[in-house]
Every structure is written in structure tokens, then in C-alpha cells.
Ligand binder design. Sequence first.
Ligand code: 0PR
Length: 365
Amino acid sequence: MRDVGCPEEELFSFLSSKRQDDLGYRSILSSMCTPPHPVAVRAHMIFIETNLGDPGLFPGTSALEDLLVERLGTLMHRPDAGGYATSGGTESNIQALRIAKKLKPVNSPNVVMPASGHFSFTKACDMLGVEARTVPLDPEFRMNVEMAEDLIDANTVALVGVVGTTEYGMIDPIARLSEIALDRDIFLHVDAAFGGMVAPFLDRPIPFDFRLPGVSSISVDPHKMGMSTIPAGCLLVRDPDWFSRLSVDTPYLTVKREFTLAGTRPGAPVAAAVAVLEYMGRDGMKAVVSGCMENCRRLIEGMETLGCPRAVTPDVNVATFRCERAPPGWRVSMTRQGHMRIVCMPHVTRDVVEEFLADMCDMNA
Ligand code: 0PR
């Protein structure tokens, strides 16, 4: 630490110079985040000092967290679902598996999940001492359900399905997983961290939520397609009482029990998430999602014209290609199987797509 503090202007010119080293979202095609919606930024600033870790001190902010859970629960067809605002998909996935493990005490627990599962499940299984059994994918990169059934045994505490896989944007056959979960009495966690704010707004929605009776919990992230500020995730559970399994005593807080993973928790991104949902409404979200899907289709068509075939036709706005190189200046990512991956987030507008395709064309010329 400095002995004497830095003058404000000097400090901010230092901070600005660091910020300028960051890439702008305009050239970022690899991210599942996007610049927050202006109403999210405005709401975030109003709630900047709030702490949901001691909700009795911030009853207004705490009521907004309840509203977020109610809104997302209703979107997922269970208005009275339990839930809380997490720091994102990682925390939601860890907490869901914690609940599943508590609900079924066995000696050597395992979780059956698709090979496409996000790496947060690797962290969760490591922390919880649970064996991760990965199910191979079918040719369209969805979980192979027959193979999942073969991996389930008496020690399986949870089955995981993904709605909007990180790498290929696929939706696992959740309806069939729901049947298996009911049939074999297993907790089914749906990781819709990305697709949870896409799938409900598709022209032809694919059932994945609490309408399916076997679905036990859902991760959905406002800081991805929900255009909120970071960090904003949400874990929803079918039975609110399950959270009591995670509760610890918190003697000197305004509440006496706490089931969240984090202690101090920011209220600002929660207010931001609520702000976006309220401001956009179903119609607004449908418009954003249909724009992203349209841009995704245009990108795929354009890339194929340039000789880069799609790896698969995605269910949500993630496009993948047999293509090795992106033009200079663009950030794309590569999947584990070597496909170029582009996430068509709201900042990846039609103009951005056309600019990228033109640069691809120049590079190949
Ligand atoms: N589940 C799924 C399906 C995800 O795609 C992700 C993150 C998570 C869980 C974990 O969410 P948190 O990172 O919020 O805890 N998916 C992106 C990924 O790993 C996250 C991301 C976002 C990465 C922006 C890079 C980036 O620039 O690719």
C-alpha cells in the first residue's frame, strides 16, 4: 500500500488506462455476457451499497430478490418455486448438487451428467466428494439418454441436463430425463444458465422447465441473456423447503439461518436483473431473442456460403463451424472438438455479423 494516498485525477487516469486495455464487446464473439441494458446500469447504481447477506438491514432489496425469484419461477411455470439470487451458474450448480446430495444420503454418491456439462460441475463434484459420471453425446451434441440410463445406479443422487450448452447451444432431451428422474426417483437439475433466458422466448419453445414433473431445480443467469450486470444468477427449486437442508446458524445477523453459499451478497445486480425483466416484459424479451436467433441463422448461412459448414444447427444462439481461423481483430473461441464458436449475444447485431462475414471473405480471398 502507498504511504500517502494517490491524487484522485492521477488515480482515475491510471484506472482509465487499464480499462482501455480491455477489449470492447464489439469485437467479442466468444462471450456469454453482453453490455448490461441501460436500465440495469441505472438500477445497479441505486443499489450499489446493498448487501443481501444481512437482509433485515435491506428489506427493500430483499423484497426485490423475492420478486426476481417469483418472476423467474413464473417464467419457468412454477410461481411458488423456491429460489435465491446467486453469483451465477457456477454457484447455482454447486448449490443444486449440494441439495441433491443431502436429499439422498448414500455412501458413494454419483451424479450423471452430459459430456457437454459446464466445468462448474467438475468444481461442484470435487467440493462435494461426488463422482461425476459423464454421458456421451449424440451426433447433434445432445446427451444420449439411453447411455444416461445405463450409468444410473442406486448411488446416483442427481441427473443433470443442459438447456443451451456452453459450446454448441444445444438443449438436452429434458422431457425424457424428467421421465427417468420420476421413474427412478432421482433429483433432476436443469442447467439453463444460458438457455433459461432464451428457450422460453423461442418461436417454438422446447419444454424444459417445472412444467415437466421430474424437474427438481433450474439454474438461470440474468447476467448472460438477461442483460443484467455481473454477477447475477438465480437458482430455482421445486420445493422451497429443500433449502433448509443447506441452512447454517447465523447467530448475530438479522436472520438466524442462511442457506446461501456466499455470505455478503450484492443487491445491485439483483435490482438490475429485476429492472430488465420489468422493463422488457415478455414481448421485449421475445424481440431480443428472436433478433439473436435471426442473426445466428444469418451468420450460419453466410459462413456456409464462404465454405465453412456449421457443426450443428443450434437450439439457441450459439453457432459453431468447421473453420480454423477468424479474421484478425475478432475474438471467437474454439470448442474442445476444434469447432469455431460464436455466441450471438445482443451486442452481436446484424451489422456486426455482416462486418465479420465481410472480413472472413477478405481473409479467404
Ligand atoms: N452453466 C452453463 C451452461 C454455462 O454456459 C456457464 C458459463 C455456467 C454454467 C457457469 O456460469 P458462471 O460463469 O456465471 O458461473 N458459461 C460461459 C463459459 O464458461 C461463461 C463465460 C461468459 C465465459 C463470458 C467467458 C465469457 O467471456 O463459457
